[in-house]
Design a protein around this ligand. Structure first.
Ligand code: HMG
Length: 437
Protein backbone atom coordinates (compact mmCIF):
# COMPACT_ATOMS: atom_id res chain seq x y z
CA UNK A 1 0.00 0.00 0.00
CA UNK A 2 1.46 3.39 -0.90
CA UNK A 3 1.37 6.41 1.45
CA UNK A 4 -0.33 8.58 -1.14
CA UNK A 5 -3.76 8.43 0.51
CA UNK A 6 -5.25 11.67 1.83
CA UNK A 7 -4.88 10.70 5.50
CA UNK A 8 -1.25 9.60 5.40
CA UNK A 9 1.20 12.49 5.83
CA UNK A 10 3.48 13.04 2.85
CA UNK A 11 7.05 12.33 3.97
CA UNK A 12 10.20 12.23 1.89
CA UNK A 13 13.29 14.01 0.62
CA UNK A 14 13.07 17.76 1.18
CA UNK A 15 16.59 18.49 -0.11
CA UNK A 16 19.34 16.29 -1.49
CA UNK A 17 22.93 17.08 -2.43
CA UNK A 18 26.40 15.51 -2.56
CA UNK A 19 30.08 16.19 -1.97
CA UNK A 20 33.06 14.46 -3.52
CA UNK A 21 36.83 14.98 -3.22
CA UNK A 22 38.45 17.70 -5.33
CA UNK A 23 40.85 15.28 -7.08
CA UNK A 24 40.16 12.65 -9.72
CA UNK A 25 41.88 10.09 -11.90
CA UNK A 26 41.10 9.39 -15.56
CA UNK A 27 40.11 5.75 -16.14
CA UNK A 28 41.78 5.89 -19.54
CA UNK A 29 45.09 6.81 -17.86
CA UNK A 30 44.62 4.03 -15.31
CA UNK A 31 43.88 1.44 -18.01
CA UNK A 32 46.98 2.41 -20.02
CA UNK A 33 49.17 2.25 -16.91
CA UNK A 34 47.79 -1.20 -16.05
CA UNK A 35 48.24 -2.47 -19.63
CA UNK A 36 44.49 -2.82 -20.20
CA UNK A 37 42.44 -1.69 -23.22
CA UNK A 38 40.83 1.61 -22.05
CA UNK A 39 37.53 0.53 -23.63
CA UNK A 40 37.25 -2.17 -20.99
CA UNK A 41 37.06 0.53 -18.30
CA UNK A 42 35.11 3.20 -20.18
CA UNK A 43 32.71 0.91 -22.07
CA UNK A 44 32.84 -2.57 -20.48
CA UNK A 45 32.70 -1.22 -16.91
CA UNK A 46 31.31 2.22 -17.82
CA UNK A 47 33.60 4.49 -15.79
CA UNK A 48 35.38 7.59 -17.14
CA UNK A 49 36.83 9.10 -13.96
CA UNK A 50 37.29 8.22 -10.30
CA UNK A 51 37.23 10.52 -7.27
CA UNK A 52 40.41 10.26 -5.21
CA UNK A 53 40.34 11.50 -1.59
CA UNK A 54 43.38 13.39 -0.21
CA UNK A 55 44.33 12.03 3.22
CA UNK A 56 42.70 14.94 5.07
CA UNK A 57 39.31 13.66 3.85
CA UNK A 58 37.35 10.77 5.25
CA UNK A 59 33.65 9.99 5.60
CA UNK A 60 33.31 12.54 8.40
CA UNK A 61 34.69 15.48 6.40
CA UNK A 62 32.87 14.38 3.22
CA UNK A 63 29.62 13.86 5.13
CA UNK A 64 29.84 17.29 6.78
CA UNK A 65 30.71 18.90 3.44
CA UNK A 66 27.70 17.25 1.77
CA UNK A 67 25.36 18.46 4.54
CA UNK A 68 26.62 22.07 4.51
CA UNK A 69 24.27 23.33 1.74
CA UNK A 70 21.33 21.92 3.74
CA UNK A 71 22.08 24.07 6.80
CA UNK A 72 19.80 26.99 5.74
CA UNK A 73 16.87 24.52 5.61
CA UNK A 74 17.54 22.86 8.98
CA UNK A 75 15.41 24.17 11.83
CA UNK A 76 17.26 23.41 15.07
CA UNK A 77 13.93 23.02 16.90
CA UNK A 78 12.71 20.44 14.38
CA UNK A 79 15.90 18.45 13.72
CA UNK A 80 15.62 15.26 15.77
CA UNK A 81 18.13 12.81 14.28
CA UNK A 82 21.39 12.65 12.38
CA UNK A 83 21.88 9.21 10.83
CA UNK A 84 25.02 8.28 8.90
CA UNK A 85 24.94 5.23 6.66
CA UNK A 86 28.50 4.07 5.98
CA UNK A 87 30.74 1.05 5.62
CA UNK A 88 33.91 3.17 5.90
CA UNK A 89 33.39 4.14 9.54
CA UNK A 90 36.34 5.75 11.31
CA UNK A 91 35.71 4.04 14.64
CA UNK A 92 34.34 0.61 15.52
CA UNK A 93 32.43 2.07 18.46
CA UNK A 94 31.77 5.81 18.19
CA UNK A 95 29.32 7.04 15.57
CA UNK A 96 30.70 9.26 12.81
CA UNK A 97 27.42 11.20 13.16
CA UNK A 98 28.83 12.74 16.36
CA UNK A 99 31.88 14.18 14.62
CA UNK A 100 29.67 15.53 11.82
CA UNK A 101 27.19 16.91 14.35
CA UNK A 102 30.01 18.88 15.98
CA UNK A 103 31.54 20.14 12.71
CA UNK A 104 28.12 21.43 11.63
CA UNK A 105 27.43 22.92 15.05
CA UNK A 106 24.01 21.25 15.23
CA UNK A 107 21.65 21.40 18.21
CA UNK A 108 22.51 19.08 21.13
CA UNK A 109 18.92 17.87 21.33
CA UNK A 110 19.20 15.25 18.59
CA UNK A 111 19.90 11.52 18.29
CA UNK A 112 23.20 10.76 16.46
CA UNK A 113 23.75 7.25 15.11
CA UNK A 114 25.58 5.32 12.42
CA UNK A 115 24.11 2.35 10.54
CA UNK A 116 25.95 -0.32 8.55
CA UNK A 117 25.04 -2.90 5.94
CA UNK A 118 27.48 -2.41 3.08
CA UNK A 119 25.96 -0.25 0.32
CA UNK A 120 22.48 -0.68 1.79
CA UNK A 121 23.27 1.48 4.88
CA UNK A 122 22.09 4.73 3.25
CA UNK A 123 18.71 3.20 2.43
CA UNK A 124 18.36 1.78 5.95
CA UNK A 125 19.04 5.31 7.26
CA UNK A 126 16.55 6.88 4.85
CA UNK A 127 13.83 4.40 5.82
CA UNK A 128 14.50 4.99 9.55
CA UNK A 129 14.20 8.72 8.89
CA UNK A 130 10.97 8.31 6.92
CA UNK A 131 9.42 6.13 9.65
CA UNK A 132 10.51 8.57 12.38
CA UNK A 133 8.95 11.56 10.63
CA UNK A 134 5.74 9.61 10.00
CA UNK A 135 5.38 9.03 13.75
CA UNK A 136 6.72 12.48 14.75
CA UNK A 137 5.04 14.95 12.37
CA UNK A 138 6.99 18.18 12.00
CA UNK A 139 10.37 16.58 12.74
CA UNK A 140 13.37 16.79 10.40
CA UNK A 141 16.04 14.08 10.06
CA UNK A 142 19.44 14.59 8.46
CA UNK A 143 20.52 11.45 6.57
CA UNK A 144 24.10 11.17 5.32
CA UNK A 145 25.37 8.31 3.16
CA UNK A 146 29.17 8.59 2.99
CA UNK A 147 31.86 6.17 1.85
CA UNK A 148 35.31 5.71 0.40
CA UNK A 149 35.53 2.63 -1.82
CA UNK A 150 39.04 1.14 -1.63
CA UNK A 151 40.03 -2.17 -3.24
CA UNK A 152 43.76 -1.64 -3.70
CA UNK A 153 46.29 -0.61 -6.34
CA UNK A 154 46.33 -3.07 -9.23
CA UNK A 155 43.31 -5.12 -8.03
CA UNK A 156 40.35 -6.01 -10.32
CA UNK A 157 38.19 -3.75 -8.14
CA UNK A 158 40.50 -0.73 -8.60
CA UNK A 159 38.48 0.63 -11.53
CA UNK A 160 35.36 0.62 -9.31
CA UNK A 161 36.82 2.71 -6.46
CA UNK A 162 35.44 6.15 -5.61
CA UNK A 163 34.61 8.52 -2.75
CA UNK A 164 31.80 10.84 -1.75
CA UNK A 165 28.80 11.56 0.40
CA UNK A 166 25.13 12.30 -0.18
CA UNK A 167 23.15 14.34 2.35
CA UNK A 168 19.35 14.27 2.49
CA UNK A 169 16.97 16.23 4.66
CA UNK A 170 13.85 14.17 5.38
CA UNK A 171 10.64 15.87 6.44
CA UNK A 172 6.89 16.14 6.02
CA UNK A 173 5.68 17.90 2.86
CA UNK A 174 9.04 17.40 1.14
CA UNK A 175 10.09 19.67 -1.69
CA UNK A 176 11.67 17.03 -3.95
CA UNK A 177 10.22 13.54 -3.55
CA UNK A 178 7.62 11.79 -1.47
CA UNK A 179 8.75 8.30 -0.42
CA UNK A 180 5.94 5.81 -0.95
CA UNK A 181 5.12 3.08 1.54
CA UNK A 182 5.53 0.23 -0.91
CA UNK A 183 8.99 -1.23 -0.41
CA UNK A 184 10.01 -4.85 -0.67
CA UNK A 185 13.22 -5.93 1.12
CA UNK A 186 15.14 -9.18 0.91
CA UNK A 187 18.05 -10.36 3.06
CA UNK A 188 20.31 -13.35 2.42
CA UNK A 189 23.69 -14.17 3.99
CA UNK A 190 26.06 -14.19 0.99
CA UNK A 191 29.86 -13.90 0.92
CA UNK A 192 30.17 -11.67 -2.18
CA UNK A 193 31.98 -8.66 -0.69
CA UNK A 194 33.24 -7.84 2.82
CA UNK A 195 35.92 -5.92 4.74
CA UNK A 196 37.37 -7.32 7.97
CA UNK A 197 37.74 -4.60 10.66
CA UNK A 198 41.54 -4.76 10.59
CA UNK A 199 41.93 -3.65 6.98
CA UNK A 200 41.13 -0.58 4.89
CA UNK A 201 40.52 -2.35 1.58
CA UNK A 202 37.52 -4.48 0.66
CA UNK A 203 37.56 -8.11 -0.43
CA UNK A 204 35.25 -9.07 -3.27
CA UNK A 205 34.28 -12.10 -5.31
CA UNK A 206 33.79 -9.81 -8.31
CA UNK A 207 31.80 -11.89 -10.81
CA UNK A 208 29.84 -13.64 -8.05
CA UNK A 209 28.88 -10.25 -6.58
CA UNK A 210 27.49 -9.04 -9.91
CA UNK A 211 25.43 -12.23 -10.22
CA UNK A 212 24.03 -11.78 -6.70
CA UNK A 213 23.15 -8.15 -7.43
CA UNK A 214 21.16 -9.17 -10.53
CA UNK A 215 19.47 -12.09 -8.78
CA UNK A 216 18.45 -9.92 -5.83
CA UNK A 217 17.09 -7.25 -8.19
CA UNK A 218 14.98 -9.80 -10.06
CA UNK A 219 13.71 -11.27 -6.76
CA UNK A 220 12.66 -7.99 -5.14
CA UNK A 221 11.25 -6.61 -8.40
CA UNK A 222 9.09 -9.71 -8.92
CA UNK A 223 7.68 -9.52 -5.38
CA UNK A 224 7.31 -5.73 -5.54
CA UNK A 225 5.39 -5.80 -8.82
CA UNK A 226 3.10 -8.58 -7.54
CA UNK A 227 2.43 -6.91 -4.17
CA UNK A 228 1.85 -3.47 -5.69
CA UNK A 229 0.05 -4.75 -8.79
CA UNK A 230 2.28 -2.78 -11.14
CA UNK A 231 4.83 -3.25 -13.92
CA UNK A 232 7.72 -1.32 -15.53
CA UNK A 233 5.23 0.86 -17.47
CA UNK A 234 4.20 2.50 -14.17
CA UNK A 235 7.67 4.01 -13.67
CA UNK A 236 9.04 7.12 -15.31
CA UNK A 237 12.57 6.11 -14.28
CA UNK A 238 14.37 3.51 -12.20
CA UNK A 239 17.57 4.35 -10.30
CA UNK A 240 20.00 1.64 -9.23
CA UNK A 241 22.82 1.24 -6.76
CA UNK A 242 25.79 1.94 -9.05
CA UNK A 243 29.06 0.21 -8.08
CA UNK A 244 29.94 1.01 -11.71
CA UNK A 245 27.59 2.30 -14.35
CA UNK A 246 27.30 -0.96 -16.32
CA UNK A 247 25.97 -2.82 -13.25
CA UNK A 248 22.50 -1.29 -13.00
CA UNK A 249 22.09 -1.66 -16.75
CA UNK A 250 22.75 -5.39 -16.52
CA UNK A 251 20.08 -5.69 -13.81
CA UNK A 252 17.57 -3.58 -15.74
CA UNK A 253 18.10 -5.70 -18.84
CA UNK A 254 17.66 -8.88 -16.79
CA UNK A 255 14.41 -7.40 -15.44
CA UNK A 256 13.25 -6.62 -19.00
CA UNK A 257 14.01 -10.18 -20.09
CA UNK A 258 12.02 -11.63 -17.21
CA UNK A 259 9.10 -9.31 -18.08
CA UNK A 260 9.32 -9.49 -21.85
CA UNK A 261 5.69 -10.68 -22.08
CA UNK A 262 2.67 -8.50 -22.64
CA UNK A 263 3.37 -5.97 -19.89
CA UNK A 264 6.56 -4.31 -21.17
CA UNK A 265 6.03 -1.79 -23.99
CA UNK A 266 8.84 -0.66 -26.27
CA UNK A 267 8.19 2.96 -25.18
CA UNK A 268 8.77 1.95 -21.58
CA UNK A 269 11.93 0.06 -22.41
CA UNK A 270 13.34 3.05 -24.34
CA UNK A 271 12.33 5.55 -21.67
CA UNK A 272 13.81 3.55 -18.79
CA UNK A 273 17.05 3.01 -20.70
CA UNK A 274 17.27 6.72 -21.56
CA UNK A 275 16.53 7.83 -17.99
CA UNK A 276 19.09 5.27 -16.79
CA UNK A 277 21.75 7.10 -18.83
CA UNK A 278 20.84 10.34 -17.03
CA UNK A 279 21.10 8.61 -13.66
CA UNK A 280 24.65 7.41 -14.36
CA UNK A 281 26.28 10.72 -15.37
CA UNK A 282 27.72 11.61 -11.96
CA UNK A 283 28.73 8.05 -11.00
CA UNK A 284 30.63 7.75 -14.26
CA UNK A 285 32.81 10.65 -13.05
CA UNK A 286 33.00 9.76 -9.34
CA UNK A 287 32.94 5.97 -9.07
CA UNK A 288 31.40 3.84 -6.36
CA UNK A 289 30.47 5.75 -3.21
CA UNK A 290 28.90 2.62 -1.70
CA UNK A 291 25.95 3.70 0.51
CA UNK A 292 25.51 6.96 -1.38
CA UNK A 293 25.68 5.52 -4.91
CA UNK A 294 21.94 4.96 -5.39
CA UNK A 295 21.23 8.51 -4.22
CA UNK A 296 24.02 9.98 -6.37
CA UNK A 297 22.21 8.27 -9.26
CA UNK A 298 18.92 9.87 -8.18
CA UNK A 299 20.56 13.32 -8.03
CA UNK A 300 22.08 12.75 -11.47
CA UNK A 301 18.67 11.79 -12.91
CA UNK A 302 17.05 14.95 -11.52
CA UNK A 303 19.96 17.29 -12.37
CA UNK A 304 20.25 16.15 -15.98
CA UNK A 305 16.51 16.66 -16.43
CA UNK A 306 17.00 20.12 -14.90
CA UNK A 307 19.90 20.93 -17.27
CA UNK A 308 17.76 20.00 -20.27
CA UNK A 309 14.62 21.79 -19.19
CA UNK A 310 15.39 24.85 -17.09
CA UNK A 311 17.24 27.02 -19.57
CA UNK A 312 14.28 29.11 -20.70
CA UNK A 313 13.39 30.14 -17.15
CA UNK A 314 14.56 33.47 -15.71
CA UNK A 315 17.00 31.60 -13.48
CA UNK A 316 20.56 31.09 -14.84
CA UNK A 317 20.27 27.31 -14.90
CA UNK A 318 23.08 26.18 -17.17
CA UNK A 319 26.29 27.89 -16.22
CA UNK A 320 28.62 24.96 -16.66
CA UNK A 321 31.24 24.76 -19.39
CA UNK A 322 30.19 21.17 -20.08
CA UNK A 323 26.41 21.51 -20.09
CA UNK A 324 25.09 24.47 -22.01
CA UNK A 325 21.55 25.68 -22.57
CA UNK A 326 21.64 24.05 -25.97
CA UNK A 327 19.72 20.89 -25.11
CA UNK A 328 21.62 18.88 -27.69
CA UNK A 329 24.97 19.49 -25.99
CA UNK A 330 23.54 18.75 -22.52
CA UNK A 331 21.87 15.65 -23.81
CA UNK A 332 24.86 14.48 -25.79
CA UNK A 333 27.28 14.40 -22.87
CA UNK A 334 28.04 10.73 -22.23
CA UNK A 335 25.29 9.55 -24.52
CA UNK A 336 22.48 11.18 -22.56
CA UNK A 337 19.25 11.01 -24.57
CA UNK A 338 17.84 13.77 -26.75
CA UNK A 339 14.20 12.76 -26.80
CA UNK A 340 13.16 12.69 -23.16
CA UNK A 341 10.20 14.79 -22.06
CA UNK A 342 10.58 16.77 -18.82
CA UNK A 343 10.03 14.88 -15.56
CA UNK A 344 6.71 15.94 -14.03
CA UNK A 345 5.20 16.12 -10.54
CA UNK A 346 3.24 12.97 -9.76
CA UNK A 347 5.59 10.73 -11.77
CA UNK A 348 6.99 7.71 -9.99
CA UNK A 349 10.68 6.83 -9.75
CA UNK A 350 11.74 3.32 -8.73
CA UNK A 351 14.82 2.89 -6.53
CA UNK A 352 16.84 -0.30 -6.20
CA UNK A 353 19.23 -0.50 -3.28
CA UNK A 354 21.77 -3.33 -2.96
CA UNK A 355 24.26 -3.90 -0.16
CA UNK A 356 26.56 -6.87 -0.42
CA UNK A 357 26.27 -9.47 2.21
CA UNK A 358 23.36 -9.00 1.21
CA UNK A 359 20.26 -6.83 1.58
CA UNK A 360 18.25 -5.55 -1.38
CA UNK A 361 15.25 -3.23 -1.41
CA UNK A 362 13.00 -1.87 -4.13
CA UNK A 363 10.78 1.12 -3.36
CA UNK A 364 9.30 4.09 -5.14
CA UNK A 365 9.21 7.85 -4.70
CA UNK A 366 6.91 10.40 -6.34
CA UNK A 367 8.01 13.81 -7.62
CA UNK A 368 6.19 16.68 -5.87
CA UNK A 369 5.13 20.03 -7.41
CA UNK A 370 7.96 22.50 -8.05
CA UNK A 371 10.65 19.90 -7.24
CA UNK A 372 13.16 21.51 -9.63
CA UNK A 373 13.40 24.66 -7.49
CA UNK A 374 14.79 22.62 -4.55
CA UNK A 375 17.81 21.21 -6.43
CA UNK A 376 21.51 22.16 -6.26
CA UNK A 377 22.24 21.14 -9.87
CA UNK A 378 24.62 23.91 -10.89
CA UNK A 379 26.69 23.62 -7.72
CA UNK A 380 27.02 19.87 -8.32
CA UNK A 381 28.35 20.24 -11.82
CA UNK A 382 30.63 23.09 -10.84
CA UNK A 383 32.22 21.02 -8.06
CA UNK A 384 32.91 18.18 -10.52
CA UNK A 385 34.28 20.47 -13.21
CA UNK A 386 36.59 22.26 -10.77
CA UNK A 387 38.46 19.15 -9.63
CA UNK A 388 42.19 18.59 -10.11
CA UNK A 389 43.22 15.72 -12.37
CA UNK A 390 45.90 13.43 -10.93
CA UNK A 391 48.43 11.30 -12.74
CA UNK A 392 48.39 7.58 -11.92
CA UNK A 393 51.51 7.96 -9.76
CA UNK A 394 49.96 10.90 -7.84
CA UNK A 395 46.84 8.77 -7.27
CA UNK A 396 48.93 5.83 -6.04
CA UNK A 397 50.84 8.10 -3.67
CA UNK A 398 47.57 9.50 -2.31
CA UNK A 399 46.08 6.02 -1.99
CA UNK A 400 49.09 4.80 -0.01
CA UNK A 401 49.21 7.86 2.26
CA UNK A 402 45.68 7.43 3.70
CA UNK A 403 45.28 7.64 7.48
CA UNK A 404 46.58 4.31 8.84
CA UNK A 405 44.53 1.47 10.30
CA UNK A 406 46.96 1.25 13.21
CA UNK A 407 47.68 3.12 16.49
CA UNK A 408 50.47 5.30 15.07
CA UNK A 409 50.14 9.11 15.04
CA UNK A 410 49.24 10.74 11.72
CA UNK A 411 49.37 14.27 10.31
CA UNK A 412 47.43 14.92 7.11
CA UNK A 413 48.79 16.59 3.99
CA UNK A 414 48.40 20.33 3.41
CA UNK A 415 48.07 19.70 -0.34
CA UNK A 416 44.77 19.65 -2.30
CA UNK A 417 42.76 21.43 0.38
CA UNK A 418 41.06 23.92 -1.95
CA UNK A 419 37.27 23.72 -1.67
CA UNK A 420 37.42 21.50 1.42
CA UNK A 421 35.44 23.05 4.29
CA UNK A 422 36.38 20.38 6.83
CA UNK A 423 39.61 18.45 7.31
CA UNK A 424 41.04 15.64 9.38
CA UNK A 425 44.13 17.45 10.67
CA UNK A 426 45.75 14.66 12.62
CA UNK A 427 45.37 11.52 14.67
CA UNK A 428 47.22 11.85 17.98
CA UNK A 429 47.25 9.19 20.70
CA UNK A 430 44.53 7.37 18.69
CA UNK A 431 42.15 10.36 18.73
CA UNK A 432 40.97 12.02 15.51
CA UNK A 433 41.23 15.80 15.26
CA UNK A 434 38.89 17.48 12.80
CA UNK A 435 38.35 21.15 12.11
CA UNK A 436 36.53 23.55 9.79
CA UNK A 437 38.67 25.63 7.43
P1 HMG B 1 36.93 -7.92 -14.33
O1 HMG B 1 37.20 -9.36 -14.20
O2 HMG B 1 38.10 -7.00 -14.35
O3 HMG B 1 36.13 -7.56 -15.63
O4 HMG B 1 35.96 -7.52 -13.14
P2 HMG B 1 35.46 -8.51 -16.74
O5 HMG B 1 36.49 -9.34 -17.39
O6 HMG B 1 34.25 -9.17 -16.12
O7 HMG B 1 34.99 -7.40 -17.77
C1 HMG B 1 34.06 -6.40 -17.42
C2 HMG B 1 33.29 -6.05 -18.68
O8 HMG B 1 34.15 -5.40 -19.60
C3 HMG B 1 32.72 -7.25 -19.42
O9 HMG B 1 31.44 -6.87 -19.90
C4 HMG B 1 33.68 -7.44 -20.58
O10 HMG B 1 33.10 -8.08 -21.71
C5 HMG B 1 34.00 -5.99 -20.88
P3 HMG B 1 30.13 -7.73 -19.47
O11 HMG B 1 30.33 -9.09 -20.00
O12 HMG B 1 30.14 -7.72 -17.96
O13 HMG B 1 28.99 -6.96 -20.06
N1 HMG B 1 35.25 -5.81 -21.64
C6 HMG B 1 35.40 -4.92 -22.63
N2 HMG B 1 34.54 -4.05 -23.19
C7 HMG B 1 35.01 -3.24 -24.20
N3 HMG B 1 36.27 -3.33 -24.67
C8 HMG B 1 37.16 -4.20 -24.15
C9 HMG B 1 36.73 -5.04 -23.08
N4 HMG B 1 37.34 -6.00 -22.34
C10 HMG B 1 36.43 -6.46 -21.46
N5 HMG B 1 38.40 -4.25 -24.62
C11 HMG B 1 34.42 -6.38 -11.73
C12 HMG B 1 34.96 -6.52 -13.15
C13 HMG B 1 33.31 -5.34 -11.74
C14 HMG B 1 33.84 -7.71 -11.27
C15 HMG B 1 35.58 -5.93 -10.80
O14 HMG B 1 35.94 -4.62 -11.12
C16 HMG B 1 35.24 -6.01 -9.31
O15 HMG B 1 35.48 -7.02 -8.67
N6 HMG B 1 34.67 -4.90 -8.72
C17 HMG B 1 34.30 -4.90 -7.30
C18 HMG B 1 33.03 -5.64 -7.02
C19 HMG B 1 31.79 -4.99 -7.62
O16 HMG B 1 31.77 -3.82 -7.95
N7 HMG B 1 30.68 -5.75 -7.71
C20 HMG B 1 29.42 -5.23 -8.19
C21 HMG B 1 28.21 -5.95 -7.63
S1 HMG B 1 28.23 -6.05 -5.85
C22 HMG B 1 27.76 -4.45 -5.33
O17 HMG B 1 27.27 -3.68 -6.10
C23 HMG B 1 28.06 -4.07 -3.91
C24 HMG B 1 29.25 -3.18 -3.72
O18 HMG B 1 28.95 -1.86 -4.12
C25 HMG B 1 29.73 -3.22 -2.26
C26 HMG B 1 28.74 -2.95 -1.14
O19 HMG B 1 27.60 -3.36 -1.14
O20 HMG B 1 29.21 -2.40 -0.15
C27 HMG B 1 30.43 -3.62 -4.55
Amino acid sequence: MSNTSKNTPKVGIDRITFATPNCYLSMKDLAIERGIDPNKFTVGIGQSQQAVPPNHQDIVTLGAQAALPLMPYIDSNRLKMVIVGTESGVDASKSSALYIHKLLNLSSWVRCVEVKEACYGGTAALMMARDYVLTHPGAQVLVIAADIARYGVGTPGEVTQGAGAVAMLVSENPRVLQINNDSVVKSAEIQDFWRPVYQSTALARGKFSTEQYIRMFCDVWQKYSAENDCNFNDFEAICFHLPYTKMGLKALQAGFEANSGASLTSDTRERLLARYQDSTQYSRRIGNIYTGSLYLGLISLLDYDYFRNSCDSSEPACDSPEVSCDSSSAANSNESPLHLSPLLPGQKIGLFSYGSGAVAEFFSATLVPDWRSALFSNQHLKSLNNRTQLSVSQYEEMFNSAAPYSPQDFVSSQKNRSGARFVLDSIKSQERNYRSI
